[in-house]
Design a binder for this molecule. Structure first.
Ligand code: BJW
Ligand code: ZN
Length: 252
């Protein structure tokens, strides 16, 4: 179903008068790049249960299996390129202050599109940390080797087990990133883009923005648990609708 012109015009008008705009992104933003989403028909978890792979318990039980999954995902993402949604957000942010991007994605595609200062709630596929938090190691370190040289990889400092520096179910998010997201949610326009909005605390930032009085927008081809709570739901792919919105906002 085509997105109604009225709805688009309303969003562009709000964006034009906004001093601060925050965009919360999820896996759907990277779908057009070929990165599988988590849930849904083609989701990463159609054949794996999240609790089998994305929890500290799963890692403790079988680090090799979990690392094989992450190694496969790293290889897959390394072969992908940022799409129009990533590019539009990076170009918009580069025009000056006012746009903040919070992402749940661990793929690094926002950064590869040139976006700086992205708030990363769930860590990065490209960073590792020491499973036993040894005193010598930094909190995390970058490792972009594809495929990994060794599975499971070792901590270069204590030679014990390394883990992906991502946030698994039941783990706390980085308080610094949460504080930044919390501040960014107090904005004039808050947009949730390409996320199923089922994972907390990320999904809760929309309500914080609403409580602050933000105008709220969802961009997703499918309905989600927050669709009924936003001011405007644009049922379309992120890579087309963000382009349309920004062309309306900054006509060349
Ligand atoms: C398109 C599109 C296109 C397709 N364009 N769109 C409150 C209530 C209930 C539960 C909880 C709660 N608070 C906490 C919990 C527990 C839990 C949770 O949320 N559980 C729910 C699932 C029930 N949360 C946690 O455990 C969090 N930790 C925590 O709360 O800690 C508390 C604590 C405090 C102090 C000490 C200790 C603990 C941690 C959550 C971590 C989530 N981690 C993952 C894995 C990251 C690593 C990895 O990648 O392997 O993050 S789970 C996974 O889901 C990943 C994603 O970032 C996240 C969200 O998924 P996302 O992005 O929404 O993807 P999909 O696939 O679900 O949706 C894609 C969407 O795109 C779909 O809607 C499509 O329609 C759409 N789409 N193509 C636009 N072209
Ligand atoms: Zn270590």
């Amino acid at each position: 179903m085509p997105v109604e012109r009225d709805a688009l015009d309303q969003v562009v008008a709000r964006l034009r008068s906004a001093k601060s705009v925050t965009v919360l992104t999820g896996a759907g933003v990277s779908a057009a790049s070929g990165v599988p989403t988590f849930r849904g028909p083609e989701g990463l978890w159609r054949s794996f249960k999240p609790e089998d792979l994305a929890t500290p318990q799963a890692f403790r039980r079988d680090p090799e299996l979990v690392w094989e999954w992450y190694d496969w995902r790293r290889q897959r993402v390394a072969a992908c390129l940022p799409n129009r949604a990533h590019e539009v957000l990076a170009a918009w942010a580069a025009r000056g202050p006012g746009l903040t991007v919070i992402t749940q994605n661990v793929d690094g595609l926002h950064e590869r599109a040139g976006l700086v200062d992205v708030i990363r709630l769930h860590g990065s596929l490209w960073e590792l940390s020491c499973w036993s938090h040894c005193r010598q190691s930094p909190e995390s370190w970058r490792d972009e080797s594809v495929p990994l040289v060794q599975i499971p990889p070792a901590c270069p400092w204590c030679h014990g087990l390394a883990r992906p520096a991502v946030v698994w179910f039941g783990e706390a998010l980085d308080p610094g990133q949460v504080a930044r997201a919390d501040a960014a949610a107090r904005c004039d326009v808050f947009m949730v883009v390409g996320t199923s909005s089922v994972v907390y605390p990320a999904a809760g930032f929309l309500d914080l923005a609403r409580a602050h009085g933000a105008f709220t927008v969802e961009i997703n081809p499918d309905e989600t648990p927050v669709t009924s709570r936003v001011d405007v739901a644009l049922r379309a792919p992120a890579e087309t609708i963000l382009d349309t919105l920004v062309t309306g906002l900054h006509p060349s």
